[in-house]
Design a protein around this ligand. Structure first.
Ligand SMILES: [Zn+2]
Length: 287
């Protein structure tokens, strides 16, 4: 199961309390993915494009609760009349009056996502989109998102208008607005884990490269001291330098602070570093 279908499955179970919200949600579903057909004998068929099981389930549940529409429907039934009047032209956006309350705009976004939405797996990247048949429908989704401070953008893909959200934080917010609580928690946990582990990885990489630099510097200094030793030059050095040179030869793996502490009297990291650098300088002049 993809993360996207998990979200849809969860959203299919969310049934709003108020009738106005139910109407907003079924309107989104019908305008973005619904089809109504009337046959010659007056029989009505209702179907959904790009239909996944979550969409079909939610669509028929809401049609039944809000308009009392069940299995068999005739074009002469008052229920059909009420449905058509409420929805208006399916090719145009949902009537803005239907979306005047924030609760209804949440329901609208939930219906829109069930009808045309998809979402990438948060472990792979952040991308949520709604694929719309018309530009006006896309604009309505963008406006509804911006009411919740979610910045959605629009782009053309072949003959469709795609509304998309790219930022992880915004996608999390949208999941929460649509009422996908479980998916929201799951998404945020994975997003935060990913951000934290990226930071940790960056830090580890940085530390590794610092360690590598230190090791290379220490190895080079050790080579220089060995060169001085091989050429019998250690004993003619000033006391402080001689002490540092022997200290390093005897403790090739000691850190600068450890090596500094071995000196008599002990010196700090920069003190010992200075002496080792001086030794290298002498060796390099003789090479
Ligand atoms: Zn409402």
């Amino acid at each position: 199961m993809s993360f996207s279908s998990d979200v849809k499955e969860e959203l299919a179970e969310v049934i709003p309390q108020a009738r106005h919200c139910m109407i907003a949600e079924i309107s989104a579903i019908m305008h973005l993915a619904g089809q109504i057909g009337v046959s010659a004998d007056g029989g009505v068929t209702i179907g959904f494009n790009k239909a996944g099981s979550s969409l079909i389930k939610k669509g028929f549940t809401l049609l039944e609760i809000t308009f009392n529409i069940g299995k068999s429907l005739k074009s002469t039934d008052p229920e059909f009349d009420a449905l058509v009047k409420c929805l208006g032209d399916l090719k145009s956006p949902v009537d803005d009056l239907t979306l005047k309350n924030p609760c209804c705009r949440r329901a609208f976004l939930r219906g829109a996502f069930l009808a045309t939405g998809s979402l990438s797996d948060p472990d792979k990247g952040y991308h949520l989109e709604f694929v719309c048949d018309s530009d006006a429908q896309a604009d309505q989704i963008v406006r509804a998102c911006s009411d919740f401070e979610i910045s959605a953008r629009k782009t053309l893909r072949r003959d469709e208008t795609v509304v998309y959200v790219k930022e992880g934080e915004m996608i999390g917010e949208l999941l929460s607005v649509m009422g996908a609580r479980k998916s929201y928690m799951d998404f945020e946990n994975r997003r935060i884990y990913k951000d934290v582990s990226n930071t940790v990885n960056r830090r580890v990489n940085c530390e590794t490269s610092n360690i590598r630099k230190t090791v290379t510097a220490a190895a080079r200094q050790l080579e220089d001291i060995r060169y001085l030793e091989e050429h019998g030059m250690l004993d003619s050095l000033p006391d402080q330098l001689r002490e540092a040179a022997y200290g390093r030869l005897e403790n090739p793996d000691a850190t600068l602070s450890e090596l500094g502490a071995m000196m008599d009297p002990p010196v700090g990291k920069s003190g010992i570093n200075h002496r080792l650098a001086k030794l290298s300088e002498i060796a390099r002049k003789k090479m």
